[in-house]
Ligand binder design. Structure first.
Ligand SMILES: *[C@@H]1O[C@H](CO)[C@@H](O)[C@H](O)[C@H]1NC(C)=O
Ligand SMILES: *[C@@H]1O[C@H](CO)[C@@H](O)[C@H](O)[C@H]1NC(C)=O
Length: 287
């Protein structure tokens, strides 16, 4: 989504070189994230032991929160946290302010919007965590908590990659502009334009929506509340790409996903992720 490389590495697995490669900020695909970070100097890669220690505590608590210890799959809080990170960041385009600023949970109005339906449980949880850990380290922001939680949620799903994650965002309690999140019924052309105006190109969009591997819908069709977008919503796999075109029983295909799977501009990329876990993980973590 990453989404967005909204994000710091939770574990020490990533190479030091990639953590230090701030040239990546030159990539316009990354602007949606970059823009809400303060000066590059204060970005703290954990590999340099500069990432504030508080985030280790946060990671520990969130890991427990997001894993179902019975089936060892990621749970509903995990999928909601992944979606929350996208919704905080994506309420922005190149001509309005907003983005990854914590306003999703800090501006009371934002969570009540229909475009944020389904996030009303995770929102207050993330806000409570923000306050809890701010008391330990005042550098903790809601904006960072949202992105960090998404990264922990992703690794809590089997096959989920470690997504490089940065902290240092500034909070805003001013609601972002409404209507900049993708509409589930929007045609592919509109979605491609919407994302282009956030600095995310068509191929990157297709990698990003693979996050629907772990999603369930509750409000698109309330008669099928809880229906997943692939057959294994507890795992971060690539079944979503296959299941969108060839729907197994019980899977709910979002109209927007079906439209992107069929669009000549995006269908080849969409199909290229079918059965290609490593390729998709690589593409997703570049977002
Ligand atoms: C955890 O997984 C078990 C087995 O699939 C399921 O019955 C239970 O409802 C899950 N718990 C939560 C909190 O999701
Ligand atoms: C950004 O969003 C605003 C508000 O919806 C809209 O008026 C404007 O056209 C958008 N600009 C771009 C570049 O997408």
């Amino acid at each position: 989504m990453y989404m967005l490389r909204s994000i710091i590495i939770l574990a020490t697995g990533a190479s030091l070189a990639s953590a230090l490669d701030f040239m990546e900020y030159g990539n316009k695909a990354f602007d949606a994230i970059k823009r809400n970070l303060p000066d590059i100097e204060i970005i703290k890669p954990r590999q340099l032991a500069l990432c504030p220690a508080v985030w280790t505590l946060v990671a520990s608590e969130l890991s427990t929160t997001f894993l179902n210890t019975t089936d060892l799959l990621c749970n509903d809080d995990a999928r909601a946290a992944i979606r929350a990170a996208f919704h905080d960041c994506a309420s922005w385009n190149t001509s309005v302010t907003g983005g990854c600023d914590g306003s999703l949970i800090l501006a009371p109005e934002e969570l009540t919007r229909s475009e944020n339906n389904g996030l009303q449980d995770i929102g207050p949880k993330l806000l409570a965590l923000t306050k809890k850990y701010q008391a330990i380290d005042s550098s903790v922001t809601a904006a960072d908590m949202i992105q960090f939680a998404s990264s922990v949620a992703i690794v809590s799903c089997p096959l989920g990659p470690r997504v490089q994650t940065f902290v240092g965002r500034k909070d805003s309690s001013t609601a972002n502009v409404e209507g900049l999140l993708p509409d589930v019924n929007a045609p592919s052309a509109d979605l491609i334009t919407l994302f282009a105006n956030k600095g995310i190109n068509a191929d990157e969009l297709i990698a990003l929506i693979g996050a629907h591997s772990s999603s369930k819908q509750f409000h698109v069709d309330e008669t099928q509340a809880g229906a997943p977008q692939d057959d294994t919503p507890g795992e971060w796999d690539v079944d979503f790409y296959a299941d969108t075109s060839s729907k197994p029983a019980g899977v709910f295909v979002l109209a927007s996903d079906a439209s992107l799977a069929a669009d000549p501009q995006t269908s080849a990329t969409f199909q290229s992720f079918v059965g290609a876990q490593a390729k998709w993980n690589g593409a997703f973590t570049q977002r």
